[in-house]
Design a protein around this ligand. Structure first.
Ligand SMILES: Nc1nc2c(ncn2[C@@H]2O[C@H](COP(=O)(O)OP(=O)(O)OP(=O)(O)O)[C@@H](O)[C@H]2O)c(=O)[nH]1
Ligand SMILES: [Mg+2]
Length: 303
């Protein structure tokens, strides 16, 4: 019996572990830091303030034997503005297409609050609890977290990690890959995200606002990239920083423009690193009262 033809064909099948692995948790638990650590690249902005991430950010991890589409999501909160509702819609979207859920907790924080949030997700897919920030506590506290979450009905296992001090990616992915189905890759080519460059540029500017401006102001701010032009020697970018009130505009501009200059030069450095190109960045500040509750503005700013 001749089987040669079939055998050749069989080797063409790509059998790999594939699926959507989505990260959920309270604000500030380290979701974006974890995504960046797994990707080995800064795709999601990070800050010590809560509610930094406002979108679902999909990133694609490609290896010979797996394709994991991993998503960062906004921290789970009770919505107070339309903007928050959009953020929670992004969480819901990620819940719906998860193959595996990564439920992340800051090991320093009280476990019951995260537990209530995770239970309320009513997950239909297997979940692993990521016990994060283990660099900040002693071993007893880590053991306590593991024992607590392993007793919860939604939890298939725990992963202890410190997303900000370095991750062993292979070891981290092992229990996740074990839960993923086999199939064909969802994405071909070598894109590492489904989001456009403009999105990452506006996020890098927003990150500097979180870093440099006081408590409330970042939450009243959006960034809109109005122009993105690739010239021969550099990329010209024009962006608006949107605030609610004139008084906030004054703060963002700063004394003789010192604050906006600082935001601009810090953001420019990150954007140049990201694009691997020289950047000319021009920033403007615009006042749009109550933009967080205005459908039209929210849409315009990418929410
Ligand atoms: N010490 C320590 N800090 C961490 C670790 N992971 C994250 N952080 C810090 O925790 C803060 C919040 O991290 P993010 O990644 O922005 O948290 P997030 O869950 O994405 O927050 P939101 O987007 O607001 O929901 C930042 O200051 C991080 O540097 C960790 O493993 N150890
Ligand atoms: Mg985040």
């Amino acid at each position: 019996m001749y089987t040669g033809g079939q055998m050749t064909r069989l080797t063409e099948f790509i059998i790999m572990k594939t699926g959507f692995v989505n990260i959920f948790g309270q604000p500030n638990a380290g979701k974006s830091t974890l995504l960046n650590a797994l990707m080995g690249e800064k795709l999601a902005i990070v800050s010590p303030k809560v509610q930094t991430t406002r979108h679902r950010i999909k990133a694609i991890m490609n290896e010979k034997d797996y394709q994991v589409v991993i998503s960062d999501t906004p921290g789970i909160i009770e919505p107070r503005y339309k903007l928050h509702e959009k953020m929670m819609k992004a969480v819901k979207g990620a819940l719906e297409d998860s193959d595996v859920a990564l439920l992340i907790v800051d090991v320093k924080e009280d476990f019951a609050t995260s537990d209530a949030i995770f239970a309320a997700l009513h997950l239909k897919v297997p979940a692993l609890v990521v016990v994060n920030k283990i660099d900040t506590v002693n071993k007893d506290r880590i053991d306590e977290a593991v024992a607590y979450f392993e007793s919860r009905p939604y939890c298939k296992g725990t992963i202890k990690t410190s997303a900000s001090t370095g991750i062993n990616i292979k070891a981290f992915l092992k229990p996740i890959l074990a839960l993923l189905p086999e199939g064909e890759p969802f994405f071909t080519g070598d894109d590492i995200s489904d989001l456009p460059t403009k999105f990452f540029v506006s996020e890098m500017i927003r990150e500097k606002i979180y870093e440099l401006l006081g408590d409330e102001l970042p939450y009243h701010t959006a960034v809109l990239v109005r122009e993105f032009k690739e010239k021969t020697t550099l990329v010209k970018i024009v962006a608006d920083i949107i605030v609610h009130r004139e008084t906030q505009k004054v703060i963002v501009i700063g004394d003789k423009g010192s604050m906006i200059k600082n935001i601009g030069s810090k953001a420019r450095r990150d954007i140049e690193e990201f694009l691997q190109q020289k950047v000319f960045l021009e920033l403007f500040v615009k006042v749009k009262p109550k933009w967080r509750d205005n459908e039209l503005y929210l849409k315009e700013y990418g929410y």
